[in-house]
Design a protein around this ligand. Structure first.
Ligand code: DQA
Length: 144
């Protein structure tokens, strides 16, 4: 199965960025963890990060007909982007929303998620493991 892992703005700054919230491991170590799990489970994974909303929309559109499942951490665009929600609806690919931190316990403006209206499941507050849980969920449900 083919899974696309999408990461939004500032996630390339992991390790440096607010370590009390996001931990001290960097983006490369997140990618290594995702790639390690994928190769262990026979998943064909592509990982993409962008600080630009339109680039994330383009990547979702390009997944149409090619990708079986999407794991998305839209980062700050979670709380603002109708465009990402509409892109996910347009391609109709099973998608899981992931957040490293527990957004439910943070500021009011983080309580809204536009993509959640489309996503099958949301995993928040499980750190980097949330990405593995999301991939495993997609594998169990759509991998056969
Ligand atoms: C985040 C939570 C968002 O509110 C924030 O804007 C991020 C990261 C998370 O992974 O916990 O950039 O999506």
């Amino acid at each position: 199965m083919k899974i696309l892992v999408l990461n939004g703005p500032n996630l390339n700054m992991l390790g440096t960025r607010e370590p009390h919230l996001y931990g001290d491991r960097n983006y490369e170590s997140l990618c290594n963890m995702i790639n390690g799990f994928a190769s262990q489970k026979g998943i064909d994974v592509e990982i993409y990060q962008s600080n630009h909303e339109g680039c994330l929309v383009d990547k979702i559109q390009q997944a149409y007909g090619v990708i079986d499942g999407i794991v998305i951490n839209p980062a700050a665009y979670t709380h603002t982007s109708v465009a990402l929600l509409d892109a996910l609806k347009a391609v109709s690919i099973p998608t899981v929303e992931v957040h490293i931190s527990d957004v439910s316990k943070r500021e009011d403006f983080r309580q809204v998620s536009y993509v959640r209206n489309y996503c099958e499941k949301t995993i928040a507050g499980h750190g980097f493991d949330g990405y593995i849980e999301a991939m495993d969920y997609l594998l169990q449900k759509y991998g056969g």
